[in-house]
Design a protein around this ligand. Structure first.
Ligand code: HEC
Length: 105
């Protein structure tokens, strides 16, 4: 019983944290961002580079070490890959990557 309570509490904490969007990304649409990541083959190409599920390409302790650099990196990919994403779409993608991988504040 006690253990179940603990599990529930940590679940609630996870959900609450997951929904936190930093001020810089306040216009982000997380659902849209996730969809864009899927539609633009982000993972497919990263998998070719690093294997696994491609997620190890995201290195929070590396060169990309702040919210604005993260958004800048996504913008750079947008330009290099000719994805023609709108600014709010770039922000939404960055917000999803931050929520799932970087956890910058
Ligand atoms: C054609 C291949 C390719 C595609 C498609 C691609 N990427 Fe990348 N991406 C790379 C490579 C290669 C690197 C590593 C570059 C480096 O380390 O200098 C990278 C690195 C990154 C990084 C930096 C990781 C870090 O922490 O240093 C981010 C963020 C990123 N990509 C986001 C995206 C997003 C978002 C998309 C889809 C919109 C995308 N990429 C699509 C090849 C790709």
């Amino acid at each position: 019983m006690k253990r179940l309570t603990l599990v529930c509490l940590s679940l609630i904490a996870t959900v609450a944290c997951a929904q936190k969007v930093p001020a810089l990304y306040q216009d982000a649409d997380l659902k849209l961002g996730a969809k864009l990541i899927e539609n633009n083959q982000c993972d497919a190409c990263h998998i070719r580079n690093v294997g696994g599920n491609g997620h190890s390409i995201y290195r929070p302790a590396g060169r990309v070490n702040s919210l604005s650099l993260l958004r800048g990196q996504v913008e750079a990919c947008n330009t290099t890959l000719n994805l023609a994403l709108f600014p709010d779409e770039v922000t939404s993608i960055a917000a999803v990557l931050n929520q799932d991988h970087y956890h910058f504040e």
